[in-house]
Each structure stands twice: as structure tokens, then as C-alpha cells.
Design a protein. Structure first.
Length: 457
């Protein structure tokens, strides 16, 4: 009960509001972070100060100030400000607001409409705003945590300026936390003691999210020690309220694709340290280990290929380990394959070979299979010359025939271009020997030591 009295001592009215709500900045002088937008000379700052708001989309992770900026606009603009939620509203409410906004426009007024979580509106709901944005009945401010390229209709998006908000820095969060401790809107009347070290730990735990940081501080104050020296948040207090860092990771959203891209490109760049870090970010964020294992199997052929054929075998074995063990036991297996793939010699020859062949298959005339390599299981087929001219490679002394297996228009086409790295160097030497013999540049059979300059491939 003693802890509860600390919170209630703030103010009987505001005690029922979360700390993040009580401390929400009321104007730009109180706003922290997003200096590239609202710092001195920032484009969004100028729009707000001049009351020249244009339709915009505020895109960023949770707790970085999207709704707060909308409230700052509401306090600064002379236009009517309407707060609208995509979670609780539908087409009927949209039409009612649009009708009022259009009536206001005809009388010379302006309406600023703020839509929180605009990505939750479906296409039809978003389309309902379009004509009113076009004719200037409303100035639309949409807030979203999802990539607007995918979640906002292109027609509506083209009429809005997109502002990207970043996660708050550690210093930004410490500034907000210290302000909450000292302000009368926060815990200034209580006089809670807390070191900068503790505040920095809360900031790191919050991971760029101001709402998370203030919520953690509020819980810490409710559970802090109240000794003779007054209430104080100690390391012990913090350990009671902070159990696990909340990593920003959406298994189906923008961050999912950003981090798997980072993992893939770190392995491609032979950087095992970065690769293991991004792997940990995914696993600690709750990603399905089988998804990561599947991506590693793909990588083993797309980026390593025949430079190290064992990479595919190991990747497949890791997938089975993940399937049989699950997390957290399989984390070490995924680490093993990620490090192995990072340090393996690289070749994208398999990927390039297929893409080139696929382009020809799609863009060129689909010629029939040459008669010499067709099967001839019936007498009719043999009479039609199916299989005529076919040479069974095993019957030749060289174990290879000089016949072409490509359609006539593609004879001489090259799809596989080995890199010469790792074990693919052997493949390159072997392929060159085969091509030299088949095209008559040498009489040395390709599958002999002498074909490789006296060395075994």
C-alpha cells in the first residue's frame, strides 16, 4: 500500500493517467528527438510554426512521437483538428466527418484530420479519404508503424508527404526520464531519487520507445524503496520490473524483412560477427527458427554453390536439427551454419545460370526438343526419327559425345559461368576441358589428367 501512495501523491486527477500520457509534450519546445524533422530549420518544424500543414504520413516504430506530433499540430493550428482512430471507426464515421469538413471548407475553414494506425484501414476505407484530400476539404495526417509503401494506397500516398521517425536515442530517453522525475506532471512533487546509470539502463531496455521507457519508470517508482532518505529507484528495484528487453521485431512486417536482409547480406559479405548478431536479433525477437534455416538452405546454393558443395548438406542438416529440437536448443545449430556460410568461398554461378536460362525460356520461342535426345519407346517414334543421332556417352572411349543438346537457336549458349573460387575451381577446369574437346579445340579427352595440364581436377 505504501508504493501505491507514491503514485497517488502526484495528483488525485492525473494519478489515473499513465505517466506517458501526463508527460506528453504540448509544444515543440518540450518535444525530444527527431531533430532531422523538428530541429532548428527542420521541414516539419517550419510547417507547424507557420501553420502551413500539408497532408502527411508519419512512419516510425512505436513510442517515437507520431501521436505527440499530431497533438503539437492540434495545439498550434488554427484549423479544426479531428482525432480519428482506425481501430474503432468505419466508413459511416468517415463519411460524417468528411461531410462536416466539406461544409467547413465552403465557409473558408480548414480541417486537419489525424488518423492513428492508418494502416488498419482497408483499401475501401482509405479510398473514401482520397477525393476530400484532393479537393482540400481535409489535411490528412496519418500515423503508422508499417511501411506505407505496402500499407497505404498508392493514390493516397502520392498526395501525402512521408516523414520517417526514428527510434529515440539513449540520450533522448534519459532526458525524458529525468524530466518525468523532476516535473510536477510526473514525480516532481514526490522527489524520487534515481541515478543516471539507472536511467540509462531503463533507456537501453526501452529500445528507442519513449512510451516503454516512461512505463518502466512508472512501475519502478511504484515499487521503489522508501527509506529514511526518501523514495529511490535502485538497481534492485529495477531488476524487479525489468525482466527482458523488448526487441522491436514484427515477424510479418517491415522489421522482419529488414533483419533477414541484414543477415543474408552479412553472410554474403563474409562477416560472421554481423551475421550472428542479426541471427540473435531474429531469434530473440521470436522468429521461427525453421524460417531462418530455410533461408540458409537457399543461401547455400544461391551464394556459395559449388564453391563449397558441403554448405548445402550442412544447411539441410541444420534445418533437421531445428525441426527436431526447436528453440532454444537449436540456436547453436543456426549459429554454426551462419558462421560456416559466412566463411565459405562464395559463388553465385548457380543463381546466375538459372536466371539466364529462365530469361531465354520466357523470352525466346519454345523450340521443340532436338530429335537426337528424344526418347523413342515406340516403333512410330523411331520411324519419326526420335532418338536418331543420339550417342550414348558411356559407350564412348572419352565418356562424352560431341552432339549438342540445346535447341538449334540456342546452340553455343553459355549459362553456367563458374567463378573459380573454392572447389568451383575444379568445376571450372573440368568445364573448360569439356568445352575445348567438344568444340574441337583439343583432341585430349576431357576426363583425363592431361586435360588439366597434368593435374587432377
Amino acid at each position: 500500500m505504501k508504493q501505491m501512495s507514491l503514485i497517488e501523491g502526484v495528483d488525485q486527477v492525473s494519478a489515473s493517467q499513465p505517466l506517458a500520457s501526463r508527460m506528453r509534450p504540448r509544444d515543440l519546445s518540450e518535444f525530444v528527438g527527431q531533430g532531422h524533422l523538428v530541429g532548428e530549420g527542420g521541414i516539419l518544424r517550419q510547417m507547424i510554426e507557420r501553420d502551413q500543414i500539408q497532408s502527411m504520413i508519419l512512419w516510425g516504430p512505436p513510442g517515437v512521437g507520431k501521436t505527440t506530433l499530431a497533438n503539437v499540430v492540434a495545439n498550434a493550428t488554427k484549423a479544426e483538428f479531428v482525432n480519428f482512430s482506425a481501430v474503432t471507426s468505419g466508413i459511416k464515421e468517415i463519411k460524417e466527418i468528411m461531410a462536416r469538413a466539406e461544409a467547413g471548407r465552403r465557409l473558408g475553414g480548414r480541417t486537419v484530420l489525424f488518423i492513428d494506425e492508418i494502416h488498419r484501414f482497408n483499401k475501401a476505407q482509405q479510398d473514401a479519404f482520397l477525393p476530400y484530400v484532393e479537393q482540400g476539404s481535409i489535411i490528412l495526417i496519418g500515423a503508422t508503424t508499417e511501411n506505407p509503401s505496402f500499407e497505404v494506397n498508392s493514390a493516397l500516398l502520392s498526395r501525402c508527404k512521408v516523414f520517417v521517425l526514428n527510434g529515440l536515442s539513449e540520450d533522448d530517453l534519459v532526458t525524458l526520464l529525468r524530466r518525468a522525475l523532476e516535473s510536477d506532471r510526473g514525480f516532481g512533487k514526490i522527489g524520487v531519487a534515481c541515478s543516471d546509470e539507472i536511467l540509462r539502463k531503463i533507456a537501453i531496455f526501452a529500445n528507442g520507445d519513449a512510451r516503454n521507457a516512461l512505463g518502466t519508470l512508472e512501475t519502478a517508482v511504484a515499487n521503489c524503496d522508501t527509506g529514511a532518505g526518501g523514495p529511490e529507484i535502485t538497481g534492485k528495484t529495477l531488476s524487479l520490473v525489468v525482466s527482458r528487453k523488448a526487441l522491436m521485431y514484427d515477424k510479418n512486417g517491415e522489421e522482419h524483412y529488414n533483419i533477414i536482409s541484414a543477415l543474408h547480406k552479412s553472410m554474403r559479405n563474409s562477416d560472421p560477427d554481423a551475421a550472428v548478431y542479426w541471427l540473435a536479433r531474429m531469434l530473440e525477437g521470436g522468429e521461427d527458427p525453421l524460417y531462418i534455416a530455410r533461408r540458409c538452405i537457399r543461401f547455400a546454393s544461391e551464394d556459395v554453390g559449388l564453391a563449397d558443395p558441403n554448405a548445402l548438406l550442412l544447411a539441410d542438416a541444420v534445418w533437421n536439427a531445428c525441426h527436431n529440437l526447436g528453440v532454444p536448443e537449436c540456436n547453436v545449430h543456426l549459429t554454426e551454419i551462419v558462421v560456416y556460410l559466412s566463411l565459405a568461398p562464395k559463388s553465385n554461378a548457380m543463381d546466375r545460370a538459372y536466371l539466364c536460362a529462365a530469361a531465354d525460356a520466357q523470352n525466346m520461342m519454345a523450340e521443340p526438343v532436338p530429335l537426337n535426345i528424344r526418347n523413342a519407346p515406340t516403333r512410330l517414334m523411331k520411324n519419326l526419327d526420335y532418338g536418331k543421332g543420339y550417342t550414348y556417352a558411356h559407350d564412348t572411349e572419352e565418356k562424352i559425345a560431341r552432339m549438342s543438346c540445346l535447341p538449334r537457336s540456342l546452340e553455343g549458349r553459355r549459362y553456367y559461368a563458374p567463378t573459380g573460387l573454392g572447389r568451383e575451381a575444379n568445376m571450372k577446369a573440368r568445364l573448360e576441358a569439356v568445352r575445348d574437346w567438344r568444340e574441337g579445340r583439343t583432341d585430349v579427352p576431357p576426363f583425363t589428367t592431361s586435360a588439366y595440364g597434368g593435374r587432377a581436377p
